[in-house]
Design a protein around this ligand. Structure first.
Ligand SMILES: [Zn+2]
Length: 100
């Protein structure tokens, strides 16, 4: 399976690490609501169809990505950076052997 990193382009799945479900909302870190933390920590939805997930391009640019993948076909319908990263602008990327 190929995943198209917005920075590196199409790469093999082996270069990526699954980081978790992107549909859950983390409670306020200062919250002491045990029920909310239990839901966040343990409750999972077994989605049939498109599912938003966090991945990291751990074998490449190390960017954290949010992608929508079908759990039926594994087809990926979107991949985007989780947060803007100035180092991931293609114009700032140095070519090998180029002067700094
Ligand atoms: Zn990448």
């Amino acid at each position: 399976m190929l995943i198209t990193c917005p920075y590196c382009g199409p790469r093999d799945l082996a270069e990526f690490t699954y980081q978790g479900d992107a549909n859950r909302a983390r409670p306020d870190p200062a919250s002491t609501d045990q029920a909310a933390w239990n839901v966040y920590t343990y409750d999972r939805v077994n989605t049939l169809g498109d599912h938003a997930e966090y991945w990291q391009h751990s074998g490449g640019c190390r960017a954290h990505l949010k992608m929508v993948r079908s759990t039926l076909t594994h087809a990926i319908s979107s991949v985007e950076f989780v947060r803007p990263h100035p180092g991931h602008k293609p114009s700032s990327r140095r070519k090998p052997g180029a002067a700094p």
